[in-house]
Design a protein. Structure first.
Length: 338
């Protein structure tokens, strides 16, 4: 297949049967929507491209512009890739929770990185949100994408991820399971699927330490919920406009240990090297298994590739340090919430 640039290879990711990991343990048919097949190896390629191209159409991005974003890493990589192709400059403010692999990927594509402390509250001047605001206010001809609030983020998934899932399941999808960070991947896809198939069940996945599920349950932004967690990209300590809470039928919190063990199992049982939050998403399928039947068709979205986590979940020493593996390398079985 011939392409004008790398950008037209974004999307049309495969739906892959998870029979080897789910087969005898989950009553339904389960497919993974494997977003690591995007050229930037994550679902964020879709959101970044759509946000940038919509902004171009609205005249918000001019030639030679500087694109700015606050990111957990994947959006940054996608923006850096698109900026390289389109001739824009790119500055990314990044929480120091993102590992060195992710940072190197972005600088390799020509982006500049401003590293910010992961535990700074969003309103603190050192937080990656505040630093991005400051840069956008001081750099002329800049455009701050604001993935949490820019509804073209979820629009990307309404336009592409949703239709792909409906088509690739021949309209049979009954459950869509997806991590919530900015909410774009979850909400845009869910909006499309619910419009076409109102009885589809939307299952959001959240982290312990994040405020999203509590807000969905109570409408209260409860800062008492907040503590630090390890799964990158999953959960939030703010309420993004892109989370369409009304579309979510069930919200499952997944802990760091369960997500880590599950993503390692995906690698060894399915041969799929995927990111940490993919383990959280699959763990949520296991959490709802009692409500599934053999006629259900579950699509679980895997946001990114595992090469970005070789120093973490795929590193036995890191796993032991966290207590997720025993000193002899067995999965730790003690029950913890996170
Ligand atoms: N997992 C990973 C690894 C991510 O980078 C992101 C995006 N921040 C998500 C999950 C959540 O996706 P979204 O922002 O669309 O909710």
């Amino acid at each position: 297949m011939r392409h004008d640039s790398i950008l037209s290879t974004i999307g049309h990711t495969p739906l892959i049967s998870l029979d080897r990991i789910c087969g005898d343990r989950i009553p339904a048919k389960v497919y993974g929507k494997v977003e690591s097949f995007n050229p930037g190896q994550s679902a964020k390629d879709r959101a970044a491209l759509y946000m940038i191209e919509q902004a171009e159409k609205k005249g918000l991005i001019k030639p030679g512009a500087t694109l700015i974003e606050a990111t957990s890493g994947n959006t940054g990589f996608s923006i850096a890739m698109i900026a390289a192709v389109k001739g824009y400059k790119c500055i990314l403010t990044l929480s120091d929770k993102a590992g060195p692999e992710k940072r190197a990927l972005m600088t390799a594509l020509g982006a500049k990185i401003v590293l910010c402390p992961k535990d700074a509250a969003p309103e603190h001047p050192d937080s990656y949100y505040s630093r991005a605001e400051e840069l956008a206010a001081t750099i002329p001809n800049s455009f701050y994408l604001r993935q949490n609030w820019n509804l073209d983020n979820s629009g990307a998934h309404y336009a592409s991820t949703g239709p792909e899932i409906l088509e690739d399941t021949d309209g049979k999808v009954t459950h869509y399971v997806c991590c919530a960070g900015t909410g774009g991947t979850l909400s845009g896809t869910a909006r499309y699927l619910k419009e076409k198939k109102p009885d589809v069940t939307i299952v959001g996945v959240d982290a312990y330490g994040s405020v999203l599920k509590k807000y969905w349950q109570t409408g209260i932004f409860d800062t008492n919920e907040i503590f630090s967690w390890k799964v990158e990209g999953l959960g939030k300590t703010i309420i993004p406009d892109n989370v369409a809470f009304d579309l979510i039928d069930e919200f499952i919190k997944v802990g760091d240990r369960a997500a880590a063990l599950r993503v390692r199992e995906l690698a060894t049982r399915e041969g799929m090297l995927l990111g940490y939050s993919s383990g959280a998403a699959l763990e949520a399928v296991f959490a709802i298994r009692k409500q599934l039947t053999k006629d259900d068709v579950v699509v679980v979205l895997f946001p990114d590739h595992g090469s970005r986590y070789l120093g973490k979940v795929f590193n036995d020493d890191w796993m032991k340090e966290q207590g997720y593996l025993t000193p002899t390398g067995e999965p730790a079985t003690y029950s913890v919430k996170h």
